[in-house]
Design a protein around this ligand. Structure first.
Ligand code: HXC
Length: 514
């Protein structure tokens, strides 16, 4: 037995070397960690239980029969993060560039299936040259098997993709189906085809970084939700994100304790909205004053900054925040903002995370660029997402709630549970100037002094609509509240909504305007 145990230990030690010491050194020289080092950083110490360590590929062509590494380029298994279970896979670039073979795919599919059966999140650490070229179609089949599992697992368990190296070809589509994508600056890339193919097909000269680097995907394409300076920071923020999420759609997000004696008014909130309604302010200042411990974990921070999405805790409960940002494009809803927020709302709804909407929106962005690119279709995504969401939904209108955007931003009409307005709220079909230029067009043009008449009509309109009280008279907002008391009201409302039950009609699935 002793010999057998020694043999097992040796086989396991050999497997840890992946593609060998020289390739591990090359990986370190690029500033990258190995697949196993990454797992160690990500999970609770000593909690990783590896499976399929001895799996090898079954290919013989192109000399593959002479190169066969235990594990076949991916480390898979189960671990704990903050004491909660997760399933994970970590691609090993030292073995055929982390490329995906038939057996590599089978290993990933195996942990995903177990994750779905046991209801635990899946984390993929991606560092791969794409399909294992020598294996041909079986590798493509392996990708498709993973895509199918990603799709079936969507909405069942949270799926998180961490991109820590190149991700080319098929390697980008599995992350794209998952819920959140993390990237590391200067060492992770995602593209359907690399710079060389781009040059051949479109004659464009573009670097790896510009085409598919972390900053490109965080700010231009919106593919990446989170980017960080290095792998250590990236992995520590994956842990942070998980802390807000339930293990599966039937579980609840972990609640943290908070100081119950410290539920009191926050006078700073009474001073944030400027007297001039056209003057911007930073919505993040409000968010930080409302949430527990000033802690707001922003999603898509550098993309469509006119809307803010992220996780926080209010009274200990994990909450998803969607807030217009008056500091960027006056907080207008455009295509990118609508898509960003719609996806976030759907994630929160799928996993039972209550929503908080902070609203200051002048409407949808006009213009040919937006219309021709489909603001109608994309704006409808956000409307659809809020309308179908059955989690607790609370809206606070801090200032403008104009036009269609009033309806869209989780209004009472689309099942907002509690809709509050600050006294500074202006709720109307459109902004005062645009409105009076339409309804008083004749009077203004025929007036002796059209500019003065315009100003007069704007003032009249503002007095009538630039307040929350007509809306409150209708019950379209449940209360007009002091800004300083917002946090108190929210804690109480979310507590009341703990037992909320709401459902959608029985159907196969809805048809969100994609
Ligand atoms: C097999 C691969 C490989 C691959 C890399 N390697 N990619 N082996 N299949 N796809 C191997 C290399 O031969 C090398 O082996 C080792 O991995 C490291 O690769 P290098 O090129 O030396 O590393 P680097 O210079 O860092 O470049 C990394 C890279 C490059 C950018 C990923 O290797 C590359 O462009 N690879 C091909 C990417 C690609 O086109 N993949 C197919 C996509 S098509 P040794 O033995 O020297 O260590 C696809 C279709 C799926 O994925 C579609 C599904 C929808």
């Amino acid at each position: 037995m002793k010999e057998k145990i020694e043999q097992l230990n040796k086989l396991k030690e050999d497997a840890k070397l992946g593609g060998g010491e020289a390739r591990i050194k090359a990986q370190h020289d690029k500033g990258k960690l190995t697949a196993r080092e990454r797992i160690e950083l990500l999970v609770d110490e000593g909690s990783f239980e590896e499976i399929d360590t001895f799996v090898k590929h079954r290919a013989n062509d192109f000399g593959l029969d002479k190169q066969n590494y235990p594990g076949d380029g991916v480390v898979t298994g189960f671990a704990k993060i903050d004491g909660r279970p997760v399933a994970l896979f970590s691609q090993d670039f030292t073995v055929f560039g982390g490329s995906l073979s038939e057996t590599h795919a089978e290993k990933i599919v195996k942990v995903m299936k177990t994750a779905m059966k046991t209801g635990i999140p899946v984390i993929g650490l991606n560092d791969s040259g794409g399909a294992r070229i020598q294996e041909g179609v079986v590798s493509l089949g392996g990708y498709a098997d993973i895509f199918l599992l990603n799709t079936l697992a969507s909405g069942v368990v949270p799926q998180i993709s961490v991109i820590l190296g190149p991700c080319a070809g098929g390697a980008v589509y599995s992350p794209a189906i998952t819920d959140f994508i993390f990237m590391t600056k200067s060492s992770s890339y995602m593209f359907v085809t690399g710079p060389n193919v781009v040059k051949t097909v479109t004659h464009e000269d573009v670097s790896f970084e510009d085409l598919g680097g972390a900053e490109t995907h965080a700010s231009k394409s919106g593919v990446a939700h989170f980017i960080y300076e290095n792998e250590v920071e990236t992995l520590s923020n994956v842990r942070k994100l998980l802390g807000f999420l339930p293990l599966n759609f039937m579980d609840k997000s972990p609640e943290l304790g908070f100081d119950k004696t410290n539920i009191k008014p926050e006078p700073k909130l009474d001073k944030i909205i400027p007297d001039n309604p056209n003057k911007p302010y930073n919505m993040k200042d409000i968010i930080h004053l409302i949430v527990d411990n000033n802690d707001f974990f922003e999603v898509h921070k550098d993309y469509a900054e006119n809307i803010i999405c992220g996780f926080c805790r209010i009274g200990g409960m994990a909450i998803g925040v969607i807030a217009n940002q008056p500091e960027v494009l006056a907080g207008v809803l455009d295509i990118n903002a609508s898509v960003k927020a719609a996806r976030f709302v759907r994630f929160c709804d799928a996993f039972g995370i209550p929503l908080l909407v902070l609203e200051d929106v002048p409407g949808f962005l006009p213009g040919t660029e937006q219309e021709w690119n489909g603001i109608i279709r994309h704006g409808a995504k956000l409307l659809f997402a809020f309308s179908e969401a059955t989690v607790p939904k609370i809206t606070v209108i801090t200032r403008k709630a104009y036009g269609g955007a009033y309806d869209v931003m989780s209004s009472k009409h689309i099942r907002g549970d509690f809709n509050f307005a600050w006294p500074s709220a202006e709720i109307a079909v459109m902004g005062p100037k645009g409105a009076v230029e339409i309804i008083f067009k004749k009077e203004i043009s025929m007036a002796r002094d059209p500019d003065k008449e315009l100003e007069k009509k704007i003032e009249e309109y503002r007095n009538k609509f630039a307040n929350p009280y007509i809306t409150a008279e209708r019950g379209f907002v449940d209360d007009v509240i002091l800004p300083s008391e917002t946090r108190i009201k929210l804690i109480s409302a979310y507590n009341l909504l703990r037992t909320k039950v709401d459902t959608n009609p029985k159907k196969k699935h809805g048809n969100i305007p994609l």
